[in-house]
Write a protein that binds this ligand. Structure first.
Ligand SMILES: *Cc1c(COP(=O)(O)O)cnc(C)c1O
Length: 387
C-alpha cells in the first residue's frame, strides 16, 4: 500500500500570506458595510469544533433518520418548529427545511406551487427580488409583472386587471415581505381581497420574506403575512437578520404541498422532498444556536434596536439635508445616491439615482456618524464647486 499522509503536504508561505491578506481585508471591510442586509454580530465559537465533521442533512428533516448518521435533522426540526410557531403554522400541518438561502427557499416553494397548479401563471411586482424571473424561467412557469406603487408596494388594481386577463389559469402570487431596495411590504390581506372579489378559489400565495420575514413579526402593528391567512409558503434568509457565516435560509410550507413531491430513495434509506441532494448541516447549527439563544424576546430587542438606530440615522440625514426615505416596517433607508467613491467605501447597494443603507444589528452609531460626516464633506465640496 502506498503511503499518503496529508500532513506531508503544506500550504506554501506565499499561499498562507494570501489567506492572511484576505482575512485583513475582511476585518477592514466589515467596518464599512452599510448597504447589505447581513448581520455579522454573532459568535458561534461553540460550533467551531463541528468543522471537523462532514454534516450532511440529505433528505427530508421530518423523515425517518436515514443511513448517514452525521446529520443535524433533530436540530433542523427544532429550528423549523420555531419558525412555524412564529408564522402561526399549526403543529404537524407544515413541512419545509433549512435551505442555502432565501432564493432556494423561493425556488422550492414555487416548485411546489407549480406541482399544485401545473397551468398556473406567476404574478409578482416590479419591486420583487431579481431572482423571481430566473425562478420562473427555471421552472418553465409563465409570469406577469405587476406595477408597483411609488413606495414599492404591489399595485393591487394592476394585479386585479392582470388576473382578469387570464381567467382560466390559476394564479401563483408572490408577495414580497420587505422588498430589497425600498423595504416595501405587499399586503396579503389586499391580495386575498382581490382574489375573493373575483371569485378566484384556486390559487397559491408565496411570501418572500428574505429580510422582512425576520423583521415584521417583531414590529407592533405590522401587516400580517403568515399562516393565519390563506398563504401556502414563506421563505426567509438565515444570514440576513439572524446572521450566519454561511448563507442559509428557512422555508416553511403547508404539508399537503410537500407530500405531493415526496419520493422514497433507497440509496439514502429515507425519503426526499428537497431540491438539493446533500444538504448543509452546519448552517442548521448556526440557526439553532441563534433561535435557542435569543428566542422571541431577544429578536424583539434586536429589531427594536435597529429601528432606534434607523430613527437616529434619519434625523442625521435630515440635519445634513440629504434626501432619505424609509418604509414603516423596514430597516432599509433609501437615500439620494452619493458619489461613486462613497458608494464603494461604504459598500452601498445602488439603483439608478438612489442608494440604500440597511440598519442591521452590527451597525453602530459610530458607523452612522462617520458615514454622515463623509456625506457632509461631499456636500460642502459640491457647494464650493458650484460657486
Ligand atoms: C435577499 C433577498 C432574496 C434572496 O435571498 P438570498 O438569501 O440572498 O438568496 C430574496 N428576496 C428578497 C426580497 C431579498 O431581499
Amino acid at each position: 500500500m502506498s503511503a499518503f499522509n496529508p500532513d506531508d503536504f503544506q500550504l506554501s508561505r506565499e499561499h498562507s500570506q494570501r489567506l492572511d491578506h484576505l482575512h485583513d481585508a475582511f476585518i477592514s471591510g466589515v467596518e464599512r458595510h452599510l448597504g447589505f442586509p447581513a448581520n455579522i454580530l454573532y459568535d458561534y465559537t461553540d460550533l467551531h469544533r463541528f468543522f471537523n465533521f462532514t454534516i450532511n442533512n440529505v433528505g427530508d428533516p421530518f423523515a425517518d433518520e436515514g443511513i448517514y448518521e452525521i446529520n443535524t435533522h433533530a436540530f433542523e426540526r427544532e429550528v423549523l418548529a420555531f419558525f412555524a410557531d412564529l408564522y402561526h403554522a399549526s403543529e404537524g400541518a407544515y413541512g419545509g427545511h433549512i435551505t442555502n438561502g432565501g432564493t432556494e427557499g423561493n425556488m422550492y416553494a414555487l416548485y411546489l406551487a407549480r406541482e399544485a397548479l401545473p397551468d398556473g401563471i406567476m404574478y409578482f411586482s416590479h419591486d420583487a427580488h431579481y431572482s423571481m424571473p430566473k425562478i420562473a424561467k427555471v421552472l418553465g412557469v409563465p409570469y406577469r409583472l405587476i406595477r408597483s406603487q411609488a413606495n414599492g408596494e404591489m399595485d393591487y388594481t394592476d394585479l386585479e386587471k392582470q388576473l382578469g386577463e387570464h381567467p382560466d389559469r390559476p394564479p401563483i402570487i408572490v408577495a414580497t415581505i420587505g422588498t430589497t431596495m425600498k423595504g416595501a411590504v405587499d399586503r396579503i390581506e389586499e391580495i386575498v381581497e382581490v382574489l375573493k372579489c373575483n371569485a378566484i378559489e384556486n390559487f397559491y400565495i408565496h411570501c418572500d420574506g428574505a429580510l422582512g420575514g425576520m423583521v415584521l413579526p417583531f414590529v407592533e402593528h405590522a401587516p400580517l403575512f403568515d399562516f393565519q391567512l390563506p398563504i401556502s409558503s414563506i421563505s426567509v434568509s438565515g444570514h440576513k437578520m439572524i446572521g450566519s457565516p454561511i448563507p442559509c435560509g428557512v422555508v416553511i410550507v403547508r404539508k399537503e404541498h410537500v407530500a405531493r413531491v415526496q419520493r422514497e430513495i433507497e440509496l439514502i434509506g429515507s425519503h426526499d422532498t428537497t431540491l438539493s441532494g446533500s444538504r448543509n448541516g452546519h448552517s442548521v447549527l448556526f440557526l439553532w444556536c441563534a433561535v435557542q439563544r435569543f428566542g422571541i424576546d431577544g429578536f424583539k430587542q434586536m429589531i427594536a434596536r435597529c429601528f432606534d438606530l434607523k430613527k437616529y440615522t434619519l434625523k442625521k440625514l435630515k440635519e445634513t439635508s440629504w434626501d432619505a426615505y424609509s418604509g414603516d416596517y423596514s430597516v432599509i433607508i433609501m437615500i439620494k445616491r452619493p458619489s461613486d467613491r462613497l458608494v464603494r467605501k461604504w459598500q452601498l447597494a445602488i439603483e439608478k439615482d438612489s442608494a440604500h443603507l440597511v440598519i442591521m444589528p452590527n451597525i453602530t452609531k459610530e458607523h452612522i456618524d462617520a458615514f454622515i460626516e463623509d456625506l457632509r464633506q461631499e456636500k460642502t465640496r459640491l457647494i464650493k464647486k458650484k460657486k
